[in-house]
Ligand binder design. Structure first.
Ligand SMILES: Cc1cc2nc3c(=O)[nH]c(=O)nc-3n(C[C@H](O)[C@H](O)[C@H](O)COP(=O)(O)O)c2cc1C
Length: 389
């Protein structure tokens, strides 16, 4: 029997452990010149669920902490007098506060359906926000108050949230033609997410769509553009709950994941304790699909308020500003901004909580630090087990 020379066996041993280390550890998420040690984006959650408190805590752990701009001005005294000014002031305040609390990466979530979307995007960029996640609409026009030059060279990373490969293709094509640039990445959100969803009720009820297939489609759509414009990371979202889920998404080619539901059940989440408790108390059957006045289906925890809506009982609207472009104020049975804000304050007689399909799995409130270290451990264990088997 020939003996393996010492240096060859040493090399094999080193390669084996290098391999072990790379498969066990969560990789970093790179978005242009930003490098995140934790490839986790905390989902922007309105109204008032993810503000500077949650966002700064996630940023401190090495992920992207995201402030939701939806209805952010509702706590300002002049909200009913001047929505635009109130929203803009509140958003700037939250960004500055998050910056005071953390040196990590901070993002904002801006819904295109917001009537002051352009103002809030401009304000976020002026505040030097690291990343703007753009949702609830196809961002294929130049936002107001921007020149093409400004939009092309803006330092803030611009990342649309989409739910189909077709949407990615449309955005890529238009941005290339209009601005000679592409988005800095995409978030692909599947049907299990909380909040408003980019699917029809029929698609949701028949479970005809799944995140894995859409992710694959989007990854294929960005590939041809990467030769000219460099890497376009694709981040997976919707129903991602454990470290094993993160591992599965990364092994399918996602550069990172975006998680909302799991971050609600943290001490740092900016919602009232009763909002978090609603997650702990809910059962699988309590999580329902609603038709939101915004014109999109959404996933939420059912309860008295939504029962009344279903029974046809109209809530007073009191709409002074049409804060959502797509809201049909004449027929809307309630003001969704007000209802979500009430829930955020713990008033479930007059509001309801958005939640992902996995919200019923939440059993306790933990700190963001504990949650992130659990996710890392789960990822590493899963990675090790799959490598061994
Ligand atoms: C309570 C709640 C509020 C949300 N609000 C918004 C929002 O205002 N804008 C948005 O684009 N997405 C919103 N989302 C979606 C999240 O940003 C994220 O994409 C989603 O939660 C990911 O799915 P998961 O909850 O299964 O992790 C919300 C989700 C939840 C649970």
């Amino acid at each position: 029997m020939s003996e393996i020379p010492y240096h060859t066996s040493l090399l094999k041993h080193t390669v084996f452990w290098r391999f072990q280390m790379t498969i066990n550890r969560m990789p970093s998420l790179v978005i242009g010149d930003l490098e995140l040690s934790l490839p986790i984006v905390q989902g922007g959650m309105g109204v008032g669920i993810s503000l500077s408190g949650l966002a700064s805590a996630v940023a401190e752990e090495g992920g992207i902490g995201v402030i939701s701009a939806a209805g952010i001005g509702r706590e300002e005294k002049d909200f009913y007098k001047d929505l635009r000014a109130a929203d803009e002031r509140a958003l700037r305040k939250e960004i500055r506060r998050a910056r005071e609390l953390s040196n990590g990466i901070i993002g904002v979530n801006l819904m295109m359906a917001l009537s002051d979307y352009d103002t809030l995007l401009k304000a976020s960029i002026e505040e030097g926000i690291d990343v703007a996640f753009i949702s609830a609409g196809l961002p294929i026009r130049l936002p107001e108050n921007f020149t093409v030059e400004e939009f092309r060279n803006c330092k803030t990373k611009l990342i649309p949230k989409i739910s189909s490969a077709r949407a990615a293709a449309v955005i890529l094509k238009s941005w290339k033609r209009l601005f000679n640039r592409v988005p800095d990445g995409f978030v692909v959100e599947g049907p299990l997410a909380g909040g408003h969803l980019g699917f029809t009720r029929h698609e949701l009820e028949t479970e005809s769509q799944n995140l894995e297939d859409i992710l694959e489609g989007v990854i294929n759509s960005v590939k041809p553009y990467e030769n000219d414009y460099g890497s376009i990371p694709v981040i997976a979202a919707g129903g991602i709950y454990t470290g094993a889920d993160i591992h599965r998404m990364l092994s399918l080619g996602a550069a990172g994941v975006k998680m909302g539901t799991r971050f609600v059940a943290t001490h740092e989440c900016d919602a009232h304790q009763s909002f978090k408790q609603a997650y702990i108390d809910c059962e699988k059957e309590d999580i329902v699909i609603i038709d939101s006045p915004v014109g999109l289906p959404g996933r939420a925890i059912g309860g008295r308020f939504l029962d009344q809506v279903r029974a046809g009982i109209k809530q007073p609207l009191g709409c002074i500003w049409q804060c959502l472009v797509t809201c049909d104020v004449k027929t809307a049975p309630y003001c969704i901004g007000k209802a979500l804000n009430n829930a955020k304050m713990g008033d479930f007689c007059n509001g309801f909580a958005f939640a992902g399909a996995n919200a019923y799995r939440v059993k306790e409130i933990v700190s963001v630090k504990e949650l992130c270290s659990t996710l890392v451990k789960e990822y590493e264990n899963f990675s090790q087990n799959t490598a061994v088997n």
